[in-house]
Design a protein around this ligand. Structure first.
Ligand code: SF4
Length: 428
């Protein structure tokens, strides 16, 4: 780990941007959520644009039985809204009759004004009454207005919390949709320390959904789950604040916070973590050679920016010039902000033109940004990393620490390989 100045970013002034945004909408979350929840179906109530977004974002994945779809709502006047509810009921009836494997159905709202006027919460209640107990119907919004793409998962999980069963038992809840293989690694580490029982939200199947209550403690695995956190707290559960499990240090501190809550001894903690810690350190070091002393600029996009900047600065030796994030939830990001070495600019929200000006003026070695900004910046000679890849790739916990560093090292290596001569050849 590098010996960077400490002091943290918790008390740094924050540049608040309130301009134009260039991000994907919350519907994007369906792409990873539908893989995670194996008996759920996501029915987007939206426009042709929404259908296109889903098709192009998920187009590479071919399923015999897809677990998401779009009910396209054509333009309607007010009188047409009652018909729209009836049409939606018919659509749902048809879907559930055809697909008895569906146990949870999410009606996902979108931006068109016709959809906003449609009361999807009422529709979900009505349809739950029709199809219970076999299917539970919930609703959330994936609308793109004033949101960013990771909020779709937050909205989905927050919608599930009020209907989770109640319990008085002391339970640890892991909150966040991780790839199964990564989730299994986390569960194995906790089991090795003797922490039990541990449940996960979202569970892979509806029958395994966790119960929650005043003796539930929960650890977030994603930093973008602010609404879910609040919903769990309303059910009496308590959040365990911790840095996020990115990199060797983040994973160790996240596990330590959970272990302290459950009174795990240093010996038991060391026995469970020493070997994977050593592997993670070695894997990160192999990538850090490319990253050390390189400058870094984060456009606000995934809400993972603060923990990733902490990882890249402290474990990989990079120098963040600006860390922009769509929302700076201090209750969630506080432990990461404490560890992040002071950065010249910590910004919240987006004003894309002003941020582009700052990036162009500083010409960072690596810019982490959305897909829409990456191509123009690459054309201007800046190396970029697509933020969205970070939610589609397994990056959490020890065994993925090297891969996480590698995601940032790759664009720098590629750029180094593209000598002026090969660039000229490619252009011809
Ligand atoms: S929800 Fe809104 S932003 Fe997202 S695809 Fe549909 S219309 Fe576009």
């Amino acid at each position: 780990m590098s010996a960077l100045p400490s002091g943290g970013c918790r008390d740094l002034p924050v540049l608040r941007e309130r301009g134009q945004r260039e991000v994907f909408c919350g519907l994007t979350g369906i792409i990873w959520l539908h893989r995670k929840m194996q008996d759920a179906f996501f029915l987007v109530v939206g426009s042709r644009t929404c259908a296109h977004l889903l098709q192009s974002a998920a187009g590479v994945m071919i399923f015999a039985e897809p677990r998401f779809g779009t009910a396209i709502l054509e333009e309607k006047d007010l009188a047409g809204l009652a018909d729209a509810q009836t049409e939606l009921d018919r659509e749902v009836d048809r879907l559930l009759a055809r697909r008895p494997d569906i146990r949870q159905l999410f009606l996902v709202g979108s931006c068109p004004s016709e959809v906003i006027k449609l009361d999807l919460a009422k529709a979900a209640e009505r349809q739950t009454a029709r199809h219970a107990p076999h299917v539970r119907v919930l609703n959330f919004s994936g609308s793109g207005i004033e949101t960013t793409f990771t909020q779709g998962e937050d909205a989905c999980l927050a919608a599930m919390v009020p209907v989770l069963p109640a319990t008085q038992a002391r339970v640890l809840l892991l909150v966040g949709a991780l790839p199964d293989v990564v989730e299994d690694q986390a569960l194995a580490l906790l089991a090795a320390m003797g922490i039990a029982p541990v449940r996960v939200l979202p569970a892979r199947r509806s029958g395994e959904m966790p119960a929650v209550g005043p003796n539930t403690v929960f650890a977030l695995t994603q930093p973008f789950l602010a609404d879910t956190r609040e919903a769990l707290q309303r059910r009496g559960a308590r959040h365990i604040p911790a840095p996020f499990p990115f990199g060797e240090e983040g994973t160790t501190l996240w596990l330590r916070a959970v272990a302290d809550e459950f009174g795990v001894s240093d010996a038991a903690f060391g026995a469970a973590t020493e070997a994977p810690r050593a592997r993670a350190r070695k894997a990160v070091a192999a990538q850090a050679a490319t990253l050390r002393d390189r400058t870094l600029f984060f456009f606000p996009d995934s809400q993972l920016e603060v923990p990733l900047a902490r990882f890249l600065a402290r474990e990989c030796g990079m120098t963040p010039l600006e860390v922009g994030t769509p929302y700076l939830h201090r209750d969630i990001l506080g432990p990461d902000l404490d560890l992040l070495p002071p950065v010249p600019v910590l910004s919240e929200g987006q004003d894309v033109d002003r941020q582009l000006d700052r990036a162009r003026a500083q010409r960072p070695d690596l810019t982490v940004c959305g897909l829409g900004l990456a191509n123009p910046l690459e054309a201007e000679g800046l190396a970029t990393k697509w933020a969205i890849e970070l939610v589609f790739t397994p990056v959490h916990f020890y065994e993925q620490a090297g891969d996480l560093a590698g995601l940032f090292a790759r664009p720098l290596r590629r750029r180094a390989l593209l000598s002026p001569a090969t660039a000229l050849e490619a252009a011809e």
